[in-house]
Ligand binder design. Structure first.
Ligand code: PLP
Length: 410
């Protein structure tokens, strides 16, 4: 007699993006002929870099010939890709062993699966607001009680508020926590942690033998050289942090799928000497995952080649110009904006104390612009909306022009 995982019953309202899609669809059906401008979901829109396309084509062609066909690869990824990733870290003076790098099919899988190598009793702490995967996967794993509809929080999770009073980076937890999820640049706020801010968390984690799970999926958008792109730029971080990254946003691989995690050999937990967590992640991946697509790994290496980097940077710059258009446009209306300078997201404060969904509806109905309500990322996101810079330039310009000419305040 099969029974279900009742932890799934605890999950709060459905995933945020289906609800946004539902409202946008309902509005479009009620108003045939209108054009919706989508500044909501963080999906990429610009084509792959030419060198990446060539690598995909060449790799596919090799699979079409007996002499060059290959099947399963190493669970942790092809050596050439891990070398390219290692070299990327070297640019930031971070030295990694090749056996500390694990290629995957994306940062969502890794950020959703990494908890599996930690005991069910671990208390998790999350930035609030945060990418919903960190919370939801721990709910599914049974690390929480039920969802409290009044607080918008799961009992059992430590929420670390990120708000205008702390510059959208959390204070250190005051209670015992074991796993700390940090994301920088943060989705949704677009705010980047400084060296000093990360140092405080690294010192805390080392002191308490906690582990930081650091999601750097947007690190390629950091253009201020004084800001860290990797947590390993902070001394001792290899003893307390796992880092996750992705080709999705830096190289447009949202559909292609490729990411990686770094689990350093020197990482420790209370009951895990150096090397054990690295071995556990290898064990987990080799049991549940058969490696990233070989074709795609060639494409990833091409994206990290000097030519690929230059080509991908053009697309990153394009998105960052969109971010400027959004930020400057909203600011000209007196809307307070954060992020958008080293990240492809703009975190806009709702005017007149509107709730997130109220402002979402206003933008949809008055300007036909689809955004993402901040409250969907955690209770501290209430009173904000997230705008994404990943759209086409003309759609972004039209969306902002529409907001400027149609939005009625007061
Ligand atoms: N991490 C963060 C913070 C994200 O915002 C996203 C996607 O939006 C991901 C991870 C997922 O990345 P991937 O496409 O590599 O699975």
């Amino acid at each position: 007699m099969a029974t279900t995982n009742h932890n799934y019953d605890k999950l709060g309202a459905g995933y945020l993006f289906p609800e946004i899609a539902r409202r946008a669809k309902a509005y479009a059906e009620k108003h045939p002929g209108i054009v919706l401008h989508r500044l909501g979901i963080g999906d990429t829109t610009q084509p792959l870099a030419p060198s990446v396309v060539k690598a995909l084509q060449d790799a596919a062609a090799r699979l079409g010939k007996t002499e060059t066909y290959t099947g399963y690869g190493d669970y942790e990824g092809e050596l050439f890709l891990r070398e390219a990733i290692r070299d990327l870290y070297r640019e930031r003076n971070v030295e990694l062993g090749l056996d500390e790098i694990f290629a995957s099919d994306g940062a969502k899988s890794d950020s959703g699966n990494i908890h599996a190598i930690f005991d069910a009793d671990n208390v998790i702490a999350v930035q609030d607001p945060a990418y919903p995967v960190y919370v939801d996967t721990n709910v599914m794993a049974g690390r929480t009680e039920s969802y409290n509809t009044v607080t918008g929080q799961y009992v059992g999770i430590v929420y670390m508020p990120c708000n205008e009073y702390n510059g959208f980076f959390p204070e250190l937890p005051t209670e015992k926590v074991d796993l700390i999820y940090l994301c920088s640049p943060n989705n949704p706020t677009g705010v980047v942690a400084t060296h000093e801010q990360l140092k405080r968390f690294v010192e805390y984690a080392c002191r308490h033998k906690a582990v930081i799970i650091y999601d750097a999926a947007y690190s390629a958008f950091i253009n201020n050289p004084s800001l860290p792109r990797s947590i390993y730029e902070v001394p001792n971080a290899k003893e307390c942090a796992i880092e996750i990254n992705s080709f999705s946003k830096s190289a447009g691989f949202t559909g292609v799928r490729l990411g990686w995690s770094v689990v350093p050999k020197s990482l420790v937990a209370v009951d895990a000497p150096a090397g054990k967590l690295n071995a556990l992640w290898y064990r987990r991946q080799s049991t549940c995952f058969n490696g990233a697509s070989n074709v795609v790994q060639y494409a990833g290496a091409a994206a990290l080649s000097p030519v690929g980097r230059r080509e991908c940077q053009i697309t990153i710059d394009y998105y960052m110009q969109n971010a400027r258009i959004i930020r400057e446009g909203l600011k000209s209306l007196g809307i307070v904006c954060h992020g958008g300078d080293n990240a492809p997201y703009i975190w806009a404060k709702t005017p007149n104390g509107l709730r997130s969904w109220e402002f979402f509806d206003q933008l949809l109905e008055q300007a036909n612009v689809v955004t993402t309500p901040g409250s969907g990322f955690g209770p501290s996101g209430e009173g904000y909306i997230r705008l994404s810079a990943f759209g086409h330039r003309d759609a972004t310009q039209q969306a902002i022009a529409g907001i400027k000419s149609n939005l009625k305040f007061g």
